[in-house]
Write a protein that binds this ligand. Structure first.
Ligand SMILES: Nc1ncnc2c1ncn2[C@@H]1O[C@H](COP(=O)(O)OP(=O)(O)OP(=O)(O)O)[C@@H](O)[C@H]1O
Ligand SMILES: [Mg+2]
Length: 137
């Protein structure tokens, strides 16, 4: 188990770099955490650390947003919070994204648990207090 403690939003750039240093060969990352835990916030910090210049917001209507990292490679940001049925994930071609080799960062992975690939890196975001989060993976 790896633990990264985030001491407030000012600590996010360091925490994102530390997380990326631990990623190894993983390209599919599932962020578990209660509503408001900081999933979008941390994914935004990870994208910034990767050189993404686009605005990083949770996909609201599409389930997935595509960004480009500093090297022009795609980064996919999923949010399954509003998914009604698993077929919606299949309809957007979720396996093509997962198999693409590009980094896939997922909010509310619990809602597509049945189809999450085995090699997914599962990350827990725990709320310690107003300013502190712990990442466990
Ligand atoms: N590391 C942190 N330190 C302090 N505050 C944080 C941290 N991460 C997130 N927050 C704050 O928590 C709030 C919610 O964060 P965020 O939207 O990222 O949560 P979320 O897990 O994506 O929620 P949802 O389940 O609704 O998608 C924001 O106001 C954000 O500023
Ligand atoms: Mg979110």
């Amino acid at each position: 188990m790896t633990e990264i403690i985030i001491n407030g939003t000012g600590d996010l750039p360091r925490a994102a770099r530390a997380f990326l240093d631990h990623l190894g060969d993983h390209t599919i990352v599932a962020f578990h955490g209660q509503m408001g835990a900081g999933k979008t916030t941390f994914i935004t910090a990870v994208c910034k650390a990767l050189g993404v210049q686009d605005v990083v917001n949770s996909p609201t209507f599409t389930l997935v947003n595509e960004y480009r990292n500093g090297a022009g490679k795609p980064v996919y940001h999923f949010d399954f919070y509003r998914i009604g049925h698993l077929s919606e994930a299949l309809d957007i071609g979720v396996f093509e994204y997962f198999d693409s080799g590009a980094l896939c960062l997922i909010e509310w992975p619990e809602l597509i648990e049945e189809i999450l690939p085995e090699e997914t890196l599962n990350v827990q975001i725990l709320v310690e207090d107003a300013d502190t989060r712990t990442l466990l993976f």
